[in-house]
Design a binder for this molecule. Structure first.
Ligand code: FAD
Length: 594
């Protein structure tokens, strides 16, 4: 049986010591009264909920799955999911980072983010139900009319109702410009929506009284392509005059998908047969409105992968300490036992350290991005808000793709630590690998993230956002240059920063002549950029740990050991990636597949 221990000490290290959360929050009037003690208390309670309530439902949810009843188009979630959700709602967890004007607690995104790491580590499939609701909340909060906000937000904030995002259709996934669902205006100002959506997460279930579907569709006069897509709110039950769930709307679940992982989450085909809905925001501007939700969801997917990385690491570590096979190459370590624990073997340690480093790097990076979102939302200075927004835009595709690729690697390495036992369901490791795989696909595949990073975020603004983030790295490097103990971290960081600048210029030049060059370089480019960001955060964590490890605290010694492993074993991947990115489009485009 797997286990999970919320990594609270690591979270405190990142939030308090690395990011100086207290000082950051003091600059944000909305959070000025919040101190580290309160943050710790919330995380401790949240960790208990994750570990004690959700984690025990993870394997049973995977095996029991969810049931679809065709006669009633209803979905029954796995045993225990509903009760856990009710407890989650009763404790006020859905409202943590929501606007107090709609019943929220107004706590910062960075705190909610850390909470979500623990929820996802404990049970990704369950966490998708409230996770999608939070995305729907953010979208309506940003783009809904005042009446829509008054009606839907308090119920999404309390968790009484849940939300979905309905984009995908059978013929249209990445290319949303192809979508066909139609919306006909009605005399009363509402719309009738007709069409079929597929792959809709949490699209139907028995956990909440109503489901608020956010649906992309086309108006009759819509231009073709992505410029002709509008966004609608389509509730499962039409709210009555008091706002309570009333008449059943003509939107429902036609089937659920049978899939590789996240079995506890209902992935639904959603049919709209003249369903009543209301336009959100401007006509034909639906994709822009949906982007609010998609950006939040992309950070959310990064947190799914961080949670899986951490829990897989914890279990692999425990197993490697116990499992006895072979003897250490440098001589017997457990002389009273017939064999040494496998943790003595260098390659087992490599696998463990890979997962550990990806968890620690990912936690530092995503906490930083979440804090930048808090700045973007709440800083009193307009220019600081704009700068933070630019950074979030630049870093979001890296969060989404780099963390999810790394979780695929990390969960697989963690499984490998178990040998054949990792492949057997009982230990829970194969579920982590299966669950991690979807994170690279939904919310825009990782290829699409890399095109977004290189094409839109870097080349389209002549590298300006990247340059400004690079300035932060450069300042840090300059500040450390007088400290010889930091040279082992700063030298490779500076080297990679320089190489990324050159690589960007080279690809930019080639892409101007042939756009295929951009498509051919984007995926390795994003991984190089991801490593640069991790190298920066590992160097910063090493700086803190160097001084603090002197006191003999093993926590900081472990932080230093992880940073050293990262620079020695994971960062060198960039040499290969840069060669791949530079190799151009010719070898990809030459084959005549006919
Ligand atoms: C379990 C699950 C849950 C999901 N949940 C939701 C949900 O809640 N709501 C929702 O709306 N959707 C959801 N999806 C859909 C998901 O977002 C899509 O599957 C995803 O966006 C990819 O679309 P597609 O599957 O049609 O693949 P395609 O778009 O057909 O892509 C196939 C391959 O081609 C590549 N490709 C496509 N276009 C390009 C391009 N222009 N350049 C380079 N490469 C390209 C892709 O990267 C991919 O590798 C879910 C899917 C799954 C499996």
């Amino acid at each position: 049986m797997p286990h999970y221990q919320p990594p609270l000490r690591d979270m405190h290290f990142v939030l308090d010591e690395l990011l100086d959360l207290n000082a950051e929050l003091a600059q944000l009037p909305a959070h000025a009264g919040l101190d580290a003690t309160t943050v710790h208390q919330v995380l401790e309670e949240g960790g208990k909920f994750a570990a004690e309530r959700l984690f025990p439902l993870n394997q049973t949810g995977d095996r029991g799955g969810r049931q679809y009843d065709a006669a009633t188009s209803s979905v029954t979630t796995p045993r225990g999911f509903r009760d856990a959700y009710q407890q989650y709602v009763a404790a006020g967890w859905p409202s943590l980072a929501c606007d107090p004007a709609y019943g929220g607690q107004g706590l910062p995104v960075v705190l909610n983010n850390a909470f979500y790491e623990m929820l996802n580590a404990a049970n990704q499939a369950w966490t998708m139900y409230p996770g999608l609701s939070h995305g729907a909340y953010e979208c309506l909060h940003a783009h809904g009319s005042e009446a829509q906000k008054q009606l839907y937000l308090p119920r999404l904030v309390s968790g009484e109702w849940t939300g979905t995002m309905c984009l995908t259709e059978a013929h249209c996934g990445t290319d949303l410009g192809l979508l066909r669902t139609r919306a006909e205006p009605q005399p009363d100002g509402s719309y009738r929506l007709t069409g079929n959506k597929i792959f809709i997460s949490a699209g139907e279930h028995d956990m909440a009284a109503n489901i608020v579907h956010l649906v992309l569709a086309r108006l009759p006069d819509a231009p073709s392509g992505t410029r002709g897509i509008s966004l609608f709110v389509v509730p499962k039950f039409l709210p009555d005059a008091q706002g309570e769930p009333g008449e059943r709307n003509a939107i429902g679940c036609g089937a659920i998908e049978h899939k590789m992982g996240i079995h506890g989450n209902a992935t639904c085909q959603i049919n709209l047969d003249g369903a009543k809905g209301w336009l959100i925001g401007e006509p034909h501007r639906g994709l822009n409105a949906m982007f609010v939700m998609m950006n939040a969801a992309r950070l959310g997917v990064g947190m799914q992968s961080l949670g899986l990385t951490e829990v897989a690491y914890q279990n692999a570590l425990a197993y490697a300490r116990e499992r006895a096979q072979g003897r250490s190459l440098s001589g017997t370590k457990a002389s009273s036992a017939p064999a040494d624990p496998i943790i003595v073997h260098p390659d087992v340690r490599r696998m463990l350290m890979t997962a550990r480093a990806y968890a620690e790097g990912g936690r530092a990076f995503t906490s930083y991005v979440a804090l930048m979102i808090d700045r973007e939302l709440n800083h009193p200075d307009d220019s600081v808000r704009r700068e933070a927004a630019d950074e979030v835009a630049l870093l979001t595709p890296i969060v989404k793709a780099f963390l999810t690729d790394n979780a695929w690697i990390a969960t697989s390495e963690a499984l490998q630590v178990f040998g054949g036992h990792g492949y057997i369901a009982e230990w829970g490791m194969e579920q982590y690998v299966r669950d991690a795989r979807i994170n690279m696909i939904y919310e825009g595949t990782n290829t699409i993230q890399s095109l977004d990073l290189l094409g839109r975020k870097v080349l389209m603004d002549q590298g300006e956002k990247l340059r400004r983030f690079g300035e932060k790295i450069r300042h840090f490097i300059v500040a450390q240059s007088a400290d010889p103990a930091m040279a082992e971290f700063i030298t490779p960081l500076a080297d990679l920063a320089e190489k990324l600048v050159k690589l960007t210029a080279e690809i930019g030049g080639k892409a101007a002549a042939d756009p295929e060059e951009m498509g051919a370089a984007a995926v390795p480019y994003l991984r190089v950029a991801g490593h640069l960001v991790y190298a920066y955060f590992f160097a910063r964590m090493a700086k803190l740990s160097l001084t603090r490890a002197a006191g003999g605290d093993p926590f900081y010694q472990a932080k230093l050991a992880t940073a050293r492993f990262y620079f020695a074993r994971l960062l060198p991947e960039t040499a290969m990636l840069i060669r791949q990115a530079r190799s151009g489009a010719a070898s990809l485009m030459a084959m005549d597949f006919s």
